[in-house]
Design a protein around this ligand. Sequence first.
Ligand SMILES: [Zn+2]
Length: 183
Amino acid sequence: MSQNFTARAIEKSVLQAPSPTDEAQMLEHGFTEQDWRRLLISLGKNPDRAGLVETSSRVAKAWKHWTSGYAKDPAECLNIFEDGAQEYNELIVLRGIPVYSHCEHHLAPFFGSATIGYVPNGKIVGLSKLTHLVDCFAHRLQMQERLTIQIANALMTHLEPQAVGVVIRCRHLCIKSRGIRTH
Ligand SMILES: [Zn+2]
């Protein structure tokens, strides 16, 4: 289990709104089902046999979903509201937010859960929107440390709270499956 914790106080970090990256564009325009067929062939498999005939298109679709966060804007994931939020100044915590991501070092899945807490400063966000924010960054090639910081920074930038804390605990397939203890 790998755990990361990021806390941000009033000091604000600036996060650029993401634009579609080279990776997403390559996936969209350059890397196709044919490439996944070639992978199967390189493993000595017949991509046309019954069990594998749909695999290439399924994997292509799955990777489109797993990298869909590149095309998303964190500000749009958060539907921030100010009306009636002025009286909230207590710590708000959401636990058990599912995290499904892929490490950029092995393209292997890592998954677990996130806890997000913040002390509002006149703006709050619907709890389900925090889940969307996590997905926005998790559906990219990631490092767990960077994922944690990106979520905290996006909240500081768009929600402007008094303080933010993000804790992420995940299992990494690339570590567990190969018996490696550090990433
Ligand atoms: Zn890895």
